[in-house]
Design a protein around this ligand. Structure first.
Ligand code: PHE
Length: 354
């Protein structure tokens, strides 16, 4: 035995001992992978040692090769056995960590609630369904034709300025964000023959400075009834019924003359303040009355414009502020709250309505 083989054998024995010692303490998959790289991998110690065999003499090489291969097999087998044990332990650890304790009390989910406007729209739908009105919806992006022209507001009419309009850029046609839900009057009549009885809840947009009672986006409830022999008394009856359903049987209503190009005569509609009973308070600004919107008898020009015969048919229309109604009902004093996304407001409204 030469010095070279002795050195080789010593190195091999030392390597084997160190490898087995390190293997015994490797106790997770990462450590196992590192161990495999360090000893058996392509750049590992044992592979390096095997490469070194070439430096030995031809006589020494076979014996050293056998010894090294024996160690390689031993380490490979030891690795496989240990690996299996570590893998099953780590699987168990993972299962234990992921285990769900079914005896723990559940976490209460945080429930959302319907937006007060959504809720009011649903309530209005029910009230009007009982009076024979169907709910329909229309586009928020409108043409000037429907938003103005068919409502007897031609482009040179000064009343067109009353609705501060948000204009949608378009080369070909006048496109606007509807300034009211009234365009649905014309759209509905164009598509149906009388009798017509619809309500149209939806968003409307106006280019306005915001304050406690003005928003650039708000909701309206349009109403339209057209038939033979419909009169202003029908309009009063329907709106009075609405006020009582919404705010209680004691409510009084008030109709005063007002002007809208698409009705004749036109009125503004107010309800005595449910908060103070008409005596005057913060919500009604000491007037005792809360204005809910405009109304009137559909203008003969509007009827003619959609192909109805104004000598045979008459109708009424109204356009009411939905946020307004909620503010009146619950004493909210700032419209901006509705689109303000303040959870405290939304939760309070949900509680009040519950
Ligand atoms: N569209 C009108 C407005 O927004 C309200 C209205 C509707 C008036 C129907 C009369 C009839 O101001």
């Amino acid at each position: 035995m030469t010095n070279a083989t002795t050195t080789f054998d010593t190195t091999l024995a030392d390597l084997r001992d160190r490898a087995l010692a390190a293997l015994a303490v490797a106790d997770d998959p990462e450590a196992m992978a590192a161990w495999e790289r360090a000893y058996l991998g392509a750049k590992g110690e044992l592979t390096g040692l095997l490469r070194g065999l070439g430096a030995l003499s031809a006589a020494e090489r076979p014996g050293a090769g056998r010894a090294a291969n024996a160690v390689k097999q031993e380490l490979t087998a030891a690795f496989a056995a240990r690996n299996e044990a570590v893998a099953s332990v780590s699987l168990e650890a993972q299962l234990a960590a992921d285990a769900i304790d079914v005896t723990l009390p559940g976490r209460a989910p945080i429930l959302g609630a319907e937006h007060p406007v959504t809720r009011m729209v649903a309530e209005l739908g029910e009230i009007f369904a009982l009076m024979g009105f169907q709910t329909v919806y229309g586009p928020e992006v409108e043409t000037g034709h429907y938003n103005f022209d068919l409502l007897n507001i031609p482009s040179d009419h000064p009343a067109r300025d009353v609705w501060d309009t948000m204009i949608v850029q378009s080369e070909r046609e006048e496109i606007v964000l509807r300034t009211h839900t009234s365009p649905m009057q014309a759209r509905t009549m164009e598509q149906t023959e009388p009798p017509v009885r619809v309500i149209v809840p939806g968003r409307a947009y106006r280019y306005e400075a915001q304050d406690a009672s003005h928003e650039w986006m708000f909701h309206q409830l349009e109403g339209l009834a057209v038939d033979e022999r419909i009169t202003l008394a029908d309009l009063k009856g329907v709106l009075t019924e609405l006020a009582r359903q919404l705010f209680g049987p004691q409510r009084k209503v008030r109709f005063r003359c007002d002007f809208f190009p698409f009705v004749e005569p036109g009125v503004d509609f107010a309800v005595d303040c449910a908060i103070c009973g008409g005596g005057g308070c913060r919500v009604c600004k000491q007037t005792g009355w809360l204005e809910m919107g405009g109304a009137g008898m559909v203008h003969p020009r509007v009827l003619r414009g959609v192909g109805y015969d104004p000598d045979r048919y008459t109708g009424f229309a109204f356009g009411l502020g939905i946020e307004r109604m909620i503010m009146m009902k619950y004493g909210v004093d700032d419209v901006r709250a509705f689109a303000g996304n303040d959870l405290r407001f939304l939760r309070r409204m949900a509680r009040l309505a519950a």
